[in-house]
Design a protein around this ligand. Structure first.
Ligand code: THU
Length: 130
């Protein structure tokens, strides 16, 4: 499925809720279920920096906590010049819940869209359930 304006906007809007007093680096994510429902997520930081949660994992954990486990695409927005790229921890969590060929759209404030997939982001990923 190609990137849609609606979900790009959902990821951008999610970044406006980011709690980022330490990095001042807001990130937003929009995770789309196979039914077309959208879960938005933002990064949420903590004074103990290592406890911070990335936008992608916020969106995934929101969806899974509401019993949604089937996803069709993920959009990730950063206030960056070039499209943002998810961290290694998020790549592992994404690969747990999303199919290898699921599209991931990396977004920036320049409106550039980089299309990739879960498998391209984390090839040869660790999967216990296979
Ligand atoms: N961050 C995300 O939320 N997603 C990414 O893909 C990269 C990094 C967050 C973590 C931290 O709150 C801030 O961005 C700076 O690293």
């Amino acid at each position: 499925m190609p990137a849609t304006r609606e979900f790009i906007e959902a990821a951008r809007e999610a970044s406006s809720h980011a709690y980022v007093p330490y990095s001042n680096f807001p990130v937003g994510a929009a995770l789309v279920t196979k039914e077309g429902k959208v879960y938005q997520g933002c990064n949420i930081e903590n004074a103990s920096f290592g406890l911070s949660n990335c936008a992608e994992r916020t969106a995934i954990f929101k969806a899974v906590s509401e019993e949604h486990l089937e996803f069709s695409s993920l959009y990730i927005y950063g206030e960056t010049a070039a499209p943002i790229s998810p961290c290694g921890a998020c790549r592992q969590v994404i690969s747990e819940f999303c199919d290898t060929d699921m599209p991931v759209y990396l977004l920036s404030k320049s409106r550039e869209v980089k299309a990739t997939t879960v498998g391209e982001l984390l090839p040869y990923s660790f999967q216990e359930l296979e």
